[in-house]
Write a protein that binds this ligand. Structure first.
Ligand SMILES: C[S@@+](CC[C@H](N)C(=O)[O-])C[C@H]1O[C@@H](n2cnc3c(N)ncnc32)[C@H](O)[C@@H]1O
Length: 407
């Protein structure tokens, strides 16, 4: 029997972390995880809008406008099949959720509130419902990172939302109670651990839009690195939807890593610049990132950072600097000890990562990982986790090595 690929451990200054329990290969799927909580990323007002209500309220798969409409006779929420509706009535769409959605929809249509606050309200409804339908899974949610925040603005959203829910849709009696402190803690769990399940990619949209948010209890143990060695794939519109566990995510290795190496994801697209990455990690996740990439970019001047035009991946004037990295054998660079990548490339050690593992389709910024060995018929095929494009690694590498003249 194959030994487990990854396990949870404590790392000083980083909390719980995922590490490789054996050497891992690029393309290996190291985790499949199902959500404990899922909630819509749409504002409440859009629930009434037929053009926006194109997803199953339980499994979030797209429902075509023409298809037989299975909907809740009380609140109008749509479902992809009768089976999904019946599952939902005992899990995600209990009578309390149904009433809470109606009342919150009415409240938010009469009182304009920012989208963030509306989404936090949706999350709280799903979380308190979980406490009611599955106390064990609720305890799992509570075991994730996130405690009562110290920032007053976070506290004020908790106070507002707690009193709103208390007054218009108080939950049924719960084993762990219903208190402002619990509401505050739940919002912190959501902020630190939620994954966005995205709309299909479109080159025309600069911002990717999120269809639903989910909290994945095991995937929540991955820490962040600005040059990740693994990335997340999801297939929300897969045929068969709920029965195919379409809201599961998989974590796939981007390249080989040795045993005991920490496995990290990037919490946002890898093309973000240093200052923005630092801000998001500090403000949203509460830590200062000192990964290898940040250590290097902390010393870049603004003009150097601007020289990295991720639209074209690398500006022409940067080509000279980066060719030394690209001339190295890719396997030597990305396998084994990360310090190999740094060798002799103090200015831009991650050029190779950008050129090999970042999707170059317009407005994509996805990460490329090899196809899993179980489905790869030919070695070296890389799949983008955002747009789904598959490329041959040789093609990616030869594009990366091409001079502007030869391109
Ligand atoms: C999704 S959780 C990751 C698992 C978490 N370490 C735990 O103990 O459950 C996100 C939190 O982990 C911590 N974290 C993630 N990446 C980190 C990093 N590169 N350095 C330090 N802390 C990090 C931060 O506290 C962040 O808010």
């Amino acid at each position: 029997m194959e030994t487990a690929a990854i396990g949870v451990t404590e790392i000083g200054g980083r909390g719980r972390a995922m590490v490789a329990l054996r050497p891992l290969k690029g393309g290996e799927i190291v985790l499949r995880d199902s959500p404990v909580v899922l909630y819509s990323a749409l504002p409440f007002q859009s629930d009434d809008h037929p053009n926006n209500n194109g997803y199953c309220s339980n499994c979030f798969t797209s429902i075509s406008r023409q298809s037989q409409n299975v909907s809740c006779s009380t609140c109008g929420s749509r479902f992809c099949t009768l089976e999904c509706q019946s599952v939902a009535s005992a899990t995600s769409h209990t009578p309390w959720v149904c009433q809470a959605l109606i009342r919150l929809r009415q409240y938010f249509s009469e009182h304009h509130q920012p989208l963030d606050l509306q989404l936090q309200a949706r999350f709280l409804v799903s979380a308190y419902n979980l406490a009611f339908v599955s106390p064990d899974r609720f305890r799992t949610l509570l075991s994730l990172q996130g405690s009562v925040p110290s920032q007053p603005d976070a506290d004020s959203s908790a106070t507002f939302l707690h009193s709103l829910i208390s007054s218009i849709c108080p939950p049924p009696p719960l084993e762990l109670g219903f208190s402002l402190e619990l509401t505050s803690v739940l919002l912190a769990k959501d902020k630190l651990n939620a994954f966005g399940l995205m709309e299909p990619f479109s080159e025309e949209r600069e911002e990717r839009s999120v269809r639903a948010y989910g909290i994945y209890p095991v995937a929540s143990f991955f820490n962040h690195d600005c040059l990740p060695n693994a990335c997340r794939f999801d297939y929300i519109d897969v045929a068969g939807a709920a029965s195919a566990n379409n809201t599961d995510i998989t974590i796939r290795m981007i390249h080989d890593v040795p045993q005991e190496r920490e496995i990290c994801l990037s919490y946002f697209p890898v093309n973000l610049k240093y200052a923005e990455r630092q801000k998001r990690l500090r403000d949203d996740y509460g830590f200062i990132c000192d990964c290898d990439r940040c250590k290097v970019e902390a010393n870049w001047s603004e003009s150097e950072e601007d020289g990295l035009d991720v639209d074209d991946t690398i500006d022409e004037e940067e080509d000279e600097d980066t060719s030394a990295v690209m001339d190295e054998d890719p396997d030597d660079q990305m396998e084994g000890d990360d310090t190999d990548v740094m060798k002799g490339e103090d200015d831009f050690p991650h050029a190779y990562f950008f050129l090999t593992y970042m999707c170059d389709r317009k407005n994509c910024w996805g990460t490329l990982a090899p196809l899993p060995p179980s489905v790869a018929t030919t070695p070296g095929i890389m799949e983008c986790n955002v747009c789904g494009t598959c490329k041959n690694l040789d093609q990616v590498c030869s594009n990366a090595l091409a001079t502007p003249d030869a391109a």
